[in-house]
Design a binder for this molecule. Structure first.
Ligand SMILES: Cc1cc2nc3c(=O)[nH]c(=O)nc-3n(C[C@H](O)[C@H](O)[C@H](O)COP(=O)(O)O)c2cc1C
Length: 229
């Protein structure tokens, strides 16, 4: 399937400063990767990601913006199969707890594929580092700006992975305290993502939750206004 690009007319003149704008082909590639990125949970079994590719992806994540340049992230690569199974057990427990909380949609939810922890080539746990309260700049009224910063790093990783032909799934179904304990995280550190990464059989052209009939994305026009809410 070919993913639809984010609307972009490559023949239009660059809207910004032509001195600083990227070339037409480069701009097209940026919009293409944004449009073609997907959250993926189905992976090619027994595949690997070459170390130099992994290094590029982590560098892309680490190049992300962060409030006050605090770089509040930590990436834990999980290579121990027993630990991977332990993480899968936590995710599965939360999957069932989520189904219970969903009540009348429980059975429908349990049919969704919401993680690829056991089959992805590489597994990472991404966490907020400890000691974040020392960072006041940009966080005084909004401490959750540290989570926003980690999210920027993860989006960088997601886009770079897509450009490298690799799928990524952000799994947030877990008890953070239990995952922190499993990985021996210090007090104050907080896991925010279990990342499944690796070669995938297909990049669907629409979100999996749409294809599975769970929900559908709404158009941009519903999210933009001028001057007033
Ligand atoms: C913070 C965050 C957490 C997510 N957690 C999960 C998850 O636990 N399981 C899952 O299947 N998808 C998860 N997703 C993926 C979303 O469902 C997905 O991004 C959305 O449906 C849009 O699809 P797309 O990313 O393919 O465009 C998460 C995405 C984000 C940004």
């Amino acid at each position: 399937m070919t993913a639809p690009p984010v609307p972009h007319d490559p023949s239009a003149p660059p809207p910004g400063d032509p001195v600083h704008a990227f070339s037409e082909a480069e701009r097209a590639a940026v919009y293409r990767v944004i449009g073609a990125r997907r959250d993926l949970r189905r992976f090619v079994p027994d595949a690997v990601v070459a170390e130099p590719v992994l290094a590029r992806l982590l560098a892309a994540a680490h190049a992300g913006p962060s409030v006050g340049l605090m770089q509040p992230w930590r990436f834990v690569r999980v290579t121990d199969p027993g630990l991977r199974r332990g993480i899968h057990a936590l995710v599965d427990a939360e999957r069932h707890a989520t189904a219970e909380a969903l009540d009348d949609r429980a059975a429908e939810f349990l049919r969704l594929k919401v993680e690829g922890v056991l089959t992805c080539a590489e597994l990472f746990v991404v966490a907020l580092r400890e000691g974040r309260e020392a960072h006041v700049f940009g966080r005084r009224t909004m401490p959750h700006m540290d989570l926003a910063s980690v999210s920027c790093a993860l989006e960088n990783l997601w886009l770079a992975a897509r450009a490298e032909g690799l799928g990524m799934g952000w799994v947030s179904l877990f008890d953070p305290a239990a995952l922190a304990a499993l990985l021996g995280m210090p007090d104050g550190a907080e896991p925010v993502a279990v990342l499944c990464l690796g070669p995938v059989p297909v990049f669907p052209d629409r979100p999996g939750l749409e294809l599975d009939g769970w929900t559908s994305a709404r158009p941009l026009a519903e999210f933009v206004s001028e001057n007033r809410w």
